[in-house]
Write a protein that binds this ligand. Structure first.
Ligand code: PBG
Length: 357
């Protein structure tokens, strides 16, 4: 680092030489000029929870602003997303009936399969990604077939592969296995290829941690395990090197891109993944992260808009190419408002606070 004379002429020239990094922060325009990370609505993938029935728009209590929607609400929802510049969705389904074999997950007329068809019929350009997992479809809430009270890895693979194929058949653009069974990317890739879907990519939840931040999602997806937890297959939050192994294995098995999940408490994992692998890294800004901001904002403890945008910026700065986030719509609106403000000559409040003139 080089230092310079402090340039003062007001009698403070006795100060030592130092660098003035504040120079490029003086105005909103200068800050924009040197900004390294920019968010846009292209960055967001919006999760949707689809339920059976008609006219259902049920707010999830622990995720204010997020709804379980029935199929008939999807066209309007998709129109709204498109108007905000959001071009991809991630679908979760809550079936009318659950059973031990998760048959609802791969039924040709299953809830997600119907949702894919509805969205693609309405807006063929909307990118539809489907979550491939059994937990929403099993009556015990676990991510696969149970044998002696444990999720049996190898017996679960055909179920996941059949689910992925049925999603592709319904018209899904991308399938995203979130179960964390070993070998599932290979099994899904092979089945997709054999079923005539060699061009449907696999977005694997490669580094998915056994996280308490999924709490609100389990209410939304009605997928809380009836007993036990998911620690026998999801990753231990204490491990980072293991995440790199998981990603390497999934890419080896044929994953096209990967998810790191959750996001905020795992920014180091996102960064390491970004530095190590040359595929898109997608971060999942999960339900608990969303709920914490909403709760604190409701209590008036934080500035919701600023905390949300700061969080999303941090996830992107850490190395995420795209972010799966429940904040997508509001963030897109705030970003559009910021762009609009930047298009006027109105000084932004922070300029006045810092300009000193
Ligand atoms: C499994 C799945 C989960 C989430 C996405 N896919 C829950 C889990 O693994 O228990 C969590 C997403 C969130 O918390 O927002 N189908």
């Amino acid at each position: 680092m080089s230092f310079e004379s402090n340039g003062q002429t007001d009698g403070t020239s006795a100060l030592p030489a130092f660098r003035r990094t504040r120079r490029t922060r003086r105005s909103a325009g200068l800050r924009r000029l040197v900004r390294e990370t920019a968010l846009s609505s292209d960055d967001f993938i919006y999760p949707l929870f689809i339920v059976p029935g008609e006219g259902v728009r049920h707010e999830i209590s622990s995720m204010p602003g997020q709804f379980q929607l029935s199929l008939d609400h999807l066209p309007d929802e998709v129109d709204e997303l498109r108007s905000l510049g959001i071009g991809s969705v991630l679908l979760f389904g809550i079936p009318a009936e659950k059973d031990a074999q998760a048959t609802g997950a791969f039924a040709p007329d299953g809830i997600v399969q119907q949702a894919v068809q509805t969205i693609k019929a309405h807006d063929p350009e909307m990118v539809v990604i489907t979550d491939v997992c059994a937990c929403e479809y099993t009556d015990h809430g676990h991510c696969g077939i149970l044998v002696n009270g444990e999720v049996d890895n190898d017996r679960t693979l055909p179920l996941l592969a059949a689910t992925a194929v049925s999603h592709a058949r319904a018209g899904a653009d991308v399938v995203a296995p979130s179960d964390m069974m070993d070998g599932r990317v290979a099994a899904i890739r092979q089945s997709l290829d054999e079923a005539g879907f060699p061009s449907v990519p696999v977005l694997s939840y490669a580094a998915k941690y056994a996280s308490a931040f999924y709490g609100p999602f389990r209410e939304a997806a009605e997928s809380t395990p009836a007993f036990g937890d998911r620690r026998s297959h999801q990753m231990d939050p204490a491990n980072a090197r293991e995440a790199m192994t998981e990603i390497a294995i999934d890419l080896d098995e044929g994953a096209d891109f990967v998810i790191v999940k959750p996001a905020l408490a795992y920014l180091d994992i996102i960064r390491q993944a970004r530095d190590r692998f040359d595929v898109p890294i997608i971060a999942y800004n999960v339900s608990g992260e969303y709920a914490m901001i909403k709760a604190a904002a409701r209590l008036g403890w934080i500035d919701e808009r600023r905390v949300t945008l700061e969080t999303l910026t941090a996830i992107k700065r850490a190395g995420a190419g795209r972010i799966i986030t429940y904040h997508a719509k509001e963030a897109a609106r705030w970003l559009a408002a910021e762009r609009e403000a930047a298009a006027t000559r109105e000084p932004q409040p922070s300029v006045l606070a810092h300009s000193g003139s």
